[in-house]
Design a protein around this ligand. Structure first.
Ligand code: PMP
Length: 394
């Protein structure tokens, strides 16, 4: 029979997490599986006001086609925020508005990757990036994450032996591990990459959600034009807008704009206008403070419950921000098997192995704390501990 599908789609599995989310749809299940922001903080009323305002003031324009680059005042706002928060000087011309940072990843892969090109990725790595890049059949070099960032020795080896084009990383509160690269780790990564001309893709959807410690400077500081920054409104306003951005120097962004034109002409212009109106009419810093305060408490509750109920041989990360933490079980335990048992106890998580591109991670799992209230966090962790103990003691 004729093979209808292109080779590039045949290789790619469906997103494991999206499949899992279907299983855990049962409202009785306490789900630490999703990566969802807490909807209590979606600014529904303010967005309603902003929508009415742009429709009343500029209705026929906001419903029209627009430029591929995105709404200029929104790009200026993003550039200005980079400067205020991180001292980064970015020209709005170097920013392209995308349908979430996920589209940014797809466009970057489309623009930069030939088959067989080397891509360095964290291990465990963000599944959405692995999926986007895989379409272009690169060779992945996965580098383990340690407590304070990337394993420099292994990175050195990969960089020296292979001519990698890209390094994709999430230096702040990484998805899935919750790990943050320390300042020293970033410096060492930058030194190695500068020598090899590898571009660092800094994906930073969680950077504004720090509840402990001090911000660590972006990789753009040492690497300048050898960085691509990805940002998103999903975790600080609402993911349903599907609005994010990519940021890179002019010659690179011009190519990515061509890729975006072919994909969708431009991101939803009405949504861009509404989010911009929302941002200028409201105190976004105060809004983010409220999110951080809640997630900080939820994280604390999860860590305390883990300390209280999990057996002592189990290790876990203690994130300084973001939405996830990472659990490592004894080597002999499979988290996939544990998942089926946990569902029967009405608690869910994401098994760790899909986050590893070259196998491994079978004894690991990801827990999300942003979308479960504190009382349920304790109940869910207690149920999970019961299942873990059952497997350990059998
Ligand atoms: N990068 C990372 C590391 C993420 O965790 C996510 C969301 N799960 C994304 C990118 C995509 O986010 P969005 O497309 O909503 O901006």
């Amino acid at each position: 029979m004729r093979n209808l599908f292109a080779d590039r789609i045949n290789d790619i599995p469906k997103s494991f997490i999206r499949e899992i989310l279907k299983v855990v749809d049962d409202p009785e299940i306490i789900s630490f599986a999703g990566g969802l922001p807490n909807p209590d903080f979606f600014p529904v009323e303010e967005i309603k006001k902003a929508s009415i305002k742009v429709l009343e003031e500029d209705g026929s324009n906001v419903l029209q086609y627009s430029t591929t680059e995105g709404y200029l005042p929104l790009r200026e706002y993003i550039a200005d925020r980079y400067f205020k928060r991180q001292g980064l000087k970015i020209n709005p011309e170097e920013i392209l508005i995308t349908n979430g940072s996920q589209q940014g990843l797809d466009l970057i892969a489309k623009t930069f990757l030939n088959e067989g090109d080397g891509v360095i990725i964290e291990e465990p790595g963000y599944l959405g990036a692995i999926q986007s890049f895989s379409f272009y059949r690169p060779e992945f070099f996965s580098i383990p994450l340690l407590e304070d960032g990337i394993d420099i020795e292994i990175l050195k080896d990969a960089v020296v032996k292979n001519d990698c084009k890209l390094f994709y990383g999430v230096p702040n509160f990484q998805n899935p591990s919750g790990i943050t690269y320390s300042e020293e780790n970033r410096r060492e990564v930058a030194k190695l990459l500068a020598e090899s001309n590898t571009i660092f893709i800094e994906d930073d959807p969680y950077g504004e959600l720090r509840f402990i410690g001090e911000d660590v400077p972006s990789m753009k500081n040492p690497l300048e034009d050898n960085t691509i920054l990805l940002g998103s409104f999903s975790k600080i306003v609402a993911p349903g807008f599907r609005l994010g951005w990519v940021c890179m120097n002019k010659d690179k962004i011009d190519k990515v704009i061509v890729a975006k034109q072919a994909s969708d002409l431009h991101s939803n212009y009405f949504a861009q206008r509404v989010i911009y109106q929302y941002l200028i009419d409201n105190d976004i810093d105060q809004h983010i403070s409220r999110i951080k305060e809640a997630y900080g408490r939820q994280r604390e509750k999860m860590l305390n419950s883990i300390r209280k109920y999990f057996p002592s041989e189990i290790s876990f990360t203690e994130p300084e921000g973001g939405m996830f933490l990472w659990v490592s079980l004894p080597e002999r335990i499979s988290s996939l098997e544990l998942f089926d048992m946990a569902i029967k106890e009405k608690v869910a998580f994401v098994p760790g192995s899909p986050f590893y591109v070259n196998g491994g991670g079978k004894n690991t799992l990801r827990l999300n704390y942003s979308n479960v209230d504190e009382a349920k966090i304790e109940v869910g962790i207690k149920a999970l501990a019961k299942v873990i103990k059952r497997v350990i003691n059998r």
